[in-house]
Design a binder for this molecule. Structure first.
Ligand code: URA
Length: 272
């Protein structure tokens, strides 16, 4: 490359890195700031006359795929659309499918994919973190990066594996550069995780870190609230919920592991 061009390219890369860009999500640049394309209304193909003896695939071939949700015009409209959409899900599979089509959260356009959940739906213990990081975004699973590996070791210390729990995040798309989700993004995604908890129906809920604790339990101050039990209404019943320190914090401040160990024992005791 010509020296000036290579210098310009290096400066542009440095600018991107400072702005929080740390992953390429496509081969071709896309202008995320331009007005969104209007959602096309799918044309309904002419429906073939139904005949009782027509083969099944011929009868279903004319059913158009379900259209994506339209982009809501304001954050308030997006929160309302999220509440309405989450309410209609009658199973976790349906909830995932609805989230795949939901267009109300801007994070979806910069993330590579939806990170819905891991573990076993219906487990007695459910954990909810903040948002996917780079590794989670790559694999489409929550808590598979460094902090997830520490979380697995913490669970192993109380005799539990990934398959013994169900785990998700407040926000199911990775925020660019791993920034904290904004309050608006959190409010838009909240109805979905609330419905996810209701549908998985755990006995014990653990909120991992302050953003998850604040969003789900409405309390501030992870240091003073970790290890305490709170009542949590799933929508169908009341269960017990406990905030715990985020493993990403424990990686930076290993002294906190002492407290985390105490919390793990309390969770174990609660599960019996
Ligand atoms: N941190 C989170 O809160 N969630 C993940 O899935 C990974 C890291």
């Amino acid at each position: 490359m010509i020296p000036e061009r290579s210098k310009a390219a290096r400066e542009l890369l440095a600018f991107y890195a400072e702005a929080g860009v740390d992953v390429a999500i496509g081969e071709v640049a896309r202008d995320f700031l331009s007005a969104p394309e209007p959602t096309p209304v799918p044309e309904r193909p002419a429906v073939a006359p139904r005949s009782a003896d027509a083969p099944t695939d011929a009868r279903t071939a004319n059913i158009p795929p379900r259209p994506a949700f339209a982009v809501p015009p304001t954050p308030d409209a997006a929160v309302m659309a999220a509440r309405e959409a989450a309410r209609t899900a009658s199973s976790l599979e349906e909830l995932r499918a609805i989230l795949e089509r939901f267009e109300g959260c801007g994070l979806k356009s910069s993330a590579s994919r939806l990170v819905f959940a891991d573990g076993t739906p219906g487990s007695r213990l459910m954990l909810v973190g903040e948002a996917p990081g780079a590794e989670e975004d790559k694999q489409g699973l929550p808590f598979v990066g460094r902090s997830g590996q520490l979380l697995d070791r913490m669970l192993a210390a109380i005799g539990r594996k990934r398959t013994d729990i169900y785990i998700a995040n407040i926000v199911p798309w990775r925020p660019p550069g791993n920034r904290t989700p904004t309050p608006v993004e959190t409010q838009i995604c909240l109805p979905f995780v609330q419905r996810q908890i209701e549908l998985s129906n755990p006995d014990v809920l653990v909120t991992i870190g302050q953003p998850s604790t604040g969003a789900l339990l409405g309390v501030q101050g992870i240091m003073k609230n970790r290890g305490r039990w709170f009542p949590f209404q799933t929508g169908t019943r009341e269960i017990r919920a406990m905030p715990m320190l985020h493993p990403a914090y424990l990686l930076r401040s290993p002294i906190g592991k002492r407290l985390a160990w105490r919390d793990m024992l309390a969770i174990q005791k609660e599960l019996g």
